[in-house]
Ligand binder design. Structure first.
Ligand code: PMP
Length: 361
């Protein structure tokens, strides 16, 4: 029996133990199929059933309305930085981007290659310690869309409100908090997420797109970059990432067994509250994010010196708490506690933090 340690990685990230066990058990032969998911054709009935089941569970979990298409793509969230503007930013117009961290900056960079970009707000001057308030957003009523990043994986901040954009379509990169709680899909024109944090292993990107957006795609785009092509072909224009989709199917079934998105949100809130309470208990640890922008998924904090931060990460790893070193652009410590991260792991980290402070504070 392999011992599993607590994995605080920002992504690829921890998956539910039940999911891994089921995938392992069925790896040699899918029940009733006699072949591995790694071997069967994506055009086979068993895989078609897996893909259809995935979409049905996604729709059930998030209440995705009719009038929205669900796509299973590749290229990561990073390809969506390009595909979004290529498809829905008509070259004559411009789009509004809310800049709250490194990933939104990358999204801006790609959109600028395609058309006009206006920065609706940026918190860069404050080292991305918070997300802007609605009243700080400068929105162009004629914009092609408004783009924002719901959770900033690197800085550990998260929007706790959904920007109000009137009749301008809202586009969200939800890579690091997708399905961490309920999401009202009807308020968005397009949602995308790299799956490797809360939904599946790496290699799969989820896109949810409102049908009216599909009419915007220029026919001159390369085929693989056109959303309508993937819609018309049911995400099977070419070979989809079959294994990642299979594991996502297991993760969604697991999520449903947990009671769905409202139930997992309560668990996530409790885990995050526990960790932030420990950060707030002492001056030794300092949270990076402003209190009202704190992420429930990526908890970032500093120690009194970089030496202590290095020591903390090293000793934590030795104690079975892995992946806590912060992103190189922020430094410090980052604890990623996605849906599948167990509450016992948060308790273990809090215990470790107390002991570390006692010895080094
Ligand atoms: N957006 C956010 C918010 C992310 O956290 C990441 C990856 N950490 C990306 C985009 C890029 O995703 P990918 O690696 O799937 O391209």
């Amino acid at each position: 029996m392999t011992n599993r340690i607590f994995n605080f990685s920002a992504g690829p990230a921890v998956l539910p133990g039940d999911v891994l066990r089921e995938a392992q058990q069925n790896l040699l032969a899918l029940p009733g199929v006699g072949m591995s998911i790694l071997e069967i054709s994506h055009r086979s009935k068993p895989f078609e059933d897996i893909l259809a089941g995935c979409e049905a569970d996604l729709r059930a979990l998030a209440g995705i309305p009719d009038g929205y298409k669900v796509l299973f793509l590749q290229g990561g969230a990073s390809l969506q930085f390009s595909m979004v503007p290529m498809n829905i930013l008509t070259s004559a117009g411009s789009a509004d981007y809310v800049v709250t961290g490194a990933w939104s900056q990358k999204a801006v960079k790609e959109a600028k290659r395609v058309g006009g970009v206006k920065i609706a707000a940026s918190t860069e001057a404050e080292n991305f310690t918070r997300v802007p308030r609605q009243d700080e957003l400068t929105l162009d009523p004629g914009a092609a869309y408004v783009h924002y990043t719901t959770n900033n994986t690197i800085f550990g901040t998260e929007f706790h409100y959904r920007p109000e954009t009137g009749s301008v379509p809202l586009v969200a990169d939800t890579s690091s908090d997708m399905f961490s709680g309920p999401i009202d899909v009807s308020k968005y024109a397009l949602i995308y997420a790299g799956a490797q944090k809360n939904l599946a292993p790496a290699g799969l990107t989820l896109v949810i797109i409102r049908e009216d957006m599909l009419a915007r795609t220029p026919k001159s785009l390369p085929t693989m970059l056109q959303y309508p092509v993937h819609v018309e072909n049911g995400s099977m224009y070419n070979t989809p990432p079959v294994f990642a989709i299979y594991v996502m199917r297991l993760v969604l079934a697991w999520l449903l067994r947990q009671g769905g998105l409202a139930a997992i949100e309560k668990v996530n809130q409790r885990k995050a509250d526990t960790l932030y309470a420990e950060i707030d208990r002492t001056e030794f640890y300092k949270g990076h994010a402003a209190a009202d922008s704190r992420s429930r998924m990526n908890v970032t904090f500093r120690l009194p010196s970089e030496e202590l931060e290095k020591k903390f990460a090293k000793e934590a790893t030795a104690a079975g708490l892995d992946g806590l070193k912060g992103h190189r652009s922020v430094g410090g410590i980052r604890a990623s506690i996605y849906n599948a991260f167990p509450a016992e792991g948060v308790d273990a980290l809090v215990q470790f933090m107390r002991e570390f402070e006692k010895k080094n504070g």
